[in-house]
Design a protein around this ligand. Structure first.
Ligand code: 5GP
Ligand code: ZN
Length: 119
């Protein structure tokens, strides 16, 4: 489905298969794929196929897909084998949040005991 519009967005290009990725899960609404530079033994990114930059740009129009995406996280964690051992879901927002890619994404990270608090 051509729900992504941003031609200069790398995650939209991943959705549109213009950039290859190792897909963990895909359906018409969301995509989960392995992070190129994993910070833990298991690290996937989960994105809505609709483009918006961050939590700051999320509107009620995105509520349905984000509820759907959130409900899918446990299944995606299961697909990479960390549902039982546990995992962390991170959404970086803006400069101080450390957001580099301006297409909203959840990091799902696990496969080792993670430290807290983050730096
Ligand atoms: P952010 O810092 O924006 O929260 O996270 C962006 C994430 O996207 C980083 O963890 C980075 O490794 C990952 N990333 C950036 N470019 C690509 C890419 O082309 N392919 C994949 N699979 N991951 C990417
Ligand atoms: Zn995008």
């Amino acid at each position: 489905m051509g729900v992504s519009k941003m031609s200069d967005c790398i995650f939209c290009k991943i959705i549109n298969k213009e950039i290859p990725s190792k897909v963990v899960y895909e359906d018409e609404k969301i995509l989960a794929f392995h992070d190129l530079n994993p910070t833990a033994p298991k690290h996937v990114l989960v994105i809505p196929k609709v483009h918006f930059e961050s939590l700051n740009e999320m509107t009620s129009e995105h509520a349905e897909v984000m509820a759907y995406l959130t409900l899918k996280l446990k299944e995606i964690a299961g697909l990479i084998g960390i549902a039982e051992s546990g995992y962390r879901v991170v959404c970086n927002c803006g400069a101080d949040g450390g957001q580099e890619v301006k297409h909203l994404h959840y990091h799902v990270i696990g496969g080792r005991k993670l430290q807290w608090p983050p730096g």
